[in-house]
Design a protein around this ligand. Structure first.
Ligand SMILES: *[C@@H]1O[C@H](CO)[C@@H](O)[C@H](O)[C@H]1NC(C)=O
Ligand SMILES: *[C@@H]1O[C@H](CO)[C@@H](O)[C@H](O)[C@H]1NC(C)=O
Ligand SMILES: *[C@@H]1O[C@H](CO)[C@@H](O)[C@H](O)[C@H]1NC(C)=O
Ligand SMILES: *[C@@H]1O[C@H](CO)[C@@H](O)[C@H](O)[C@H]1NC(C)=O
Ligand SMILES: *[C@@H]1O[C@H](CO)[C@@H](O)[C@H](O)[C@H]1NC(C)=O
Ligand SMILES: *[C@@H]1O[C@H](CO)[C@@H](O)[C@H](O)[C@H]1NC(C)=O
Ligand SMILES: *[C@@H]1O[C@H](CO)[C@@H](O)[C@H](O)[C@H]1NC(C)=O
Length: 326
């Protein structure tokens, strides 16, 4: 599921082309980012401004943090052993949206590790700065010198791509999204920064948030389990996840629109019918790395709660394909 940039964000992106090619969002020095000396500030609050707080300790760039997951039924790379984890949705990413719900992307092209940039310019239009495909060793190999083989194994199991090798997808998530956080910016790591420690830090953080939102278990506890015969009602899925998470998440569906199915023929419901994605929104207290957040409703900034059909029994939550799960 790819989001397209709202017009307002494209304008922001065009104004900030210079910054986007530098290694730092705010040109901070690499000194004195000892966050333990500071009281944590909630992202998107009045104090969460780069002039008022240390941007390495408070997220001041992408303060609306989305922990996102997929429910795919196959990977397309089963023959190579890329399988989906039984009883779990897969990690998609940890995205830093602006506080108004818009977002930017590929903020630091010196950290471009995405072999298939999407979009292929910083703004998604021909006038944006080109994002060149990365051709080096995949980003998963960056974890090896750090001895993070356990992290790598977890990522292979739970951070699984479709129709793409998972490490290439991790490179996409890092370069498109993680480079737009103030708190993962390179000066934050101090003068003794070790190459790629920001990558390790981001992957650990994305997983830490992922582990707080066990979508599969939450739905299963309410009797909402994958089925190729039973269908579900969007409101029941939303209510269950809202109850567990503390705020209503965004749900994305694919497949046919309800009014294009036999069950929905003639209805006015043009929502999509195959459950595929969930986005949990947060404001974050202190660094996202510390995993302290406040759930935020997905429509708090005026956006929608998703594109799924809302008619009774319109939603399919399919079983994985035989042989696609491990
Ligand atoms: C950072 O430095 C660059 C190059 O000097 C400058 O163009 C840009 O405006 C600066 N950004 C900020 C946020 O100060
Ligand atoms: C870092 O902190 C020290 C001690 O407070 C101070 O003397 C120095 O000016 C600071 N340097 C920068 C670049 O902020
Ligand atoms: C981006 O992709 C479009 C569509 O495939 C292509 O026409 C364009 O040349 C590409 N731009 C760059 C900078 O690679
Ligand atoms: C479903 O509804 C949408 C929006 O009203 C419409 O564009 C589309 O043509 C409809 N599809 C069918 C099959 O009726
Ligand atoms: C968000 O959606 C809920 C449920 O549809 C609705 O009650 C609420 O008013 C919406 N909030 C905003 C800010 O649109
Ligand atoms: C369930 O249905 C989906 C969607 O049609 C299909 O991809 C999957 O293989 C099916 N799973 C099983 C176990 O039949
Ligand atoms: C998947 O396996 C189940 C159980 O063996 C079988 O009932 C079902 O028809 C299979 N589905 C597909 C799409 O092959």
């Amino acid at each position: 599921m790819f989001r397209s940039l709202p017009v307002a964000v494209v304008a922001v992106g065009m104004l900030s082309l210079v910054e986007q090619t530098t290694a730092s969002l705010y040109n901070e020095t690499s000194l004195n980012h000892t966050c333990q000396l500071q009281d944590p500030i909630l992202s998107c609050s009045a104090q969460a401004q780069p002039q008022l707080t240390d941007s390495c300790c408070t997220e001041t760039y992408g303060g609306l943090v989305l922990s996102t997951q997929y429910w795919d039924t196959y990977t397309g790379l089963e023959a190579q052993g890329q399988l989906l984890p039984r009883n779990a949705w897969t990690l998609h990413g940890l995205w830093p949206d602006y506080c108004d719900g818009s977002y930017t992307q590929y903020c630091d092209l010196s950290r471009q590790y995405d072999p298939a940039p999407s979009p292929n310019t910083t703004t998604g239009t021909a006038s944006g700065t080109p994002v060149e495909p990365y051709t080096g060793p995949n980003i998963g190999t960056f974890l090896e010198p750090f001895g993070k083989f356990d992290l790598l194994a977890f990522m292979h199991k739970y951070w699984v791509a479709q129709n793409q090798a998972s490490p290439d997808f991790w490179g996409h998530e890092f370069s498109k999204h993680a480079t737009c956080y103030s708190t993962f910016d390179l000066p934050c790591y101090g003068p003794q920064y070790v190459e790629h420690e920001d990558v390790v830090d981001f992957f650990e953080t994305a997983i830490a948030w992922y582990r707080t939102v066990p979508t599969y278990s939450w739905l299963a506890a309410a009797g909402i389990v994958p089925s190729n015969t039973t269908t579900y009602t969007l409101g029941d899925i939303q209510d269950t996840l809202t109850d567990k998470f503390g705020a209503v998440p965004y749900l994305a569906c694919v497949g046919p629109q309800f009014n294009a199915t036999a069950a929905g023929a003639g209805s006015g419901d043009a929502g999509y019918t195959v459950l595929n994605e969930v986005w949990y929104y947060h404001h974050v207290s202190g660094r996202p790395q510390e995993r302290h957040g406040v759930p935020v409703a997905a429509n708090a900034t005026g956006g929608s709660l998703g594109n799924c059909a809302s008619s009774a029994g319109a939603i399919s939550y399919y079983l994985r394909s035989n042989g696609s799960e491990v």
